[in-house]
Design a protein around this ligand. Sequence first.
Ligand SMILES: Cc1cc2nc3c(=O)[nH]c(=O)nc-3n(C[C@H](O)[C@H](O)[C@H](O)COP(=O)(O)OP(=O)(O)OC[C@H]3O[C@@H](n4cnc5c(N)ncnc54)[C@H](O)[C@@H]3O)c2cc1C
Length: 405
Amino acid sequence: MLDLGRHAWDKPEPFRLGQQQEITLNILLVGAGLSGAVIGRKLAEAGHTITIVDSRDHIGGNCHTERDADTGVMVHVYGPHIFHTDDEEVWNYVNSFTKFMPYKNRVKTTAQGAVYSLPINLHTINQFYGKTLRPNEARAFIEEQADKSITDPQTFEEQALRFVGHGLYAAFFEGYTIKQWGVTPDQLPASILKRLPVRFNYDDNYFFHKFQGMPVEGYTPMIAAILDHPSITVKLGTTFTAADAEGYDHVFYSGPLDSYFDFELGRLGYRTLDFEKFTEDGDYQGCAVMNYGDKDVPFTRITEHKHFAPWETHEGTVCYREFSRAAEPDDIPYYPIRMTDEKALLADYITLAEKTPAVTFVGRLGTYRYLDMDVTIREAMDTADLFLKSETDGTAMPAFAVAPL
Ligand SMILES: Cc1cc2nc3c(=O)[nH]c(=O)nc-3n(C[C@H](O)[C@H](O)[C@H](O)COP(=O)(O)OP(=O)(O)OC[C@H]3O[C@@H](n4cnc5c(N)ncnc54)[C@H](O)[C@@H]3O)c2cc1C
């Protein structure tokens, strides 16, 4: 007899392959983003029966892409996503599900009435200061700008001033940080800027990683291919609550950690994003990402989505003006804040999670961490491996495969 629970989705009966002494488990994954898809695929390939639910009406989580009906432009619905990694296994994994096109992220910023190249590089320095410095000259020049009265930087602001001095700090760090995080840089820890955030050459590739690219048809078809396995059933428009775990042998939960416990200890703080979408003819800004560093411009950046697929041609163009603010209960949680108060609350939720049997909290929301896609995939692969090992060894699968704190 099937136990249909509070929701009418099917929960398949466990069944045992007696001769091989292997057990097929009924596993529920909450969230059809990268975490759910990658874990689900690995466990399906190991012979388990997988149900994946997502409250949204599409797969892909925040990586979801879809073509704009009017222009045909591939839109990164929840903000731009560029794939970059040094992890060769992860790179081979994603390439086994879709074709990747070469893509380098080259970001510009408008600040103090001019357009500059990011991350701060030799071109930015020369343009900003009206100079023609070579690398070693620029290094010495920036050292002269640095505020040497700060001997033991404690805050992000002090660290930036110590590294680059007031000019570059005011143009490229201060306003953007205030808009992105809703706090002044003197309220953020120095650890955010671990290294000198400046390149003394003309390399304007935003990422250092060895492998960088874009899936040719966007991320959603790639994730659909990962989910395409006979033992995986995906149920969209289906919201999970803790009571729905009943009847499954194990649950992997990639929703918000505090939401699993119905926010009983309070809400973990997130920043959310508002995207103001607009379409134009032709080319709006000539690049994929234009940051706006000035405090009095209310948005942080404009992204022009057709430039994320430079191998395509479109007459129209789709842009997102991006605004950042504190998330309210009904907003999409984007960036975990992880300041001191949130970390204390997180520790209490971790304790609750560790007392919850047969549930593993995964992904960016389940572990309340910012995770790039490659890290999400790596952790999902390792989590599935840990689960399979714990089944073989007869040990309990932990609440977290990766410690959130
Ligand atoms: C604005 C932005 C830009 C980014 N850009 C990049 C980038 O350029 N490069 C990069 O590598 N990474 C980027 N990332 C990170 C990337 O989005 C994440 O690595 C990835 O989305 C994490 O996947 P996930 O499956 O853990 O979470 P998600 O994608 O958030 O998926 C979780 C899913 O769970 C579902 N869910 C939650 N609760 C429930 C519930 N109770 N019941 C049912 N379903 C539920 C949600 O609907 C969602 O679909 C970016 C992130 C943001 C916010």
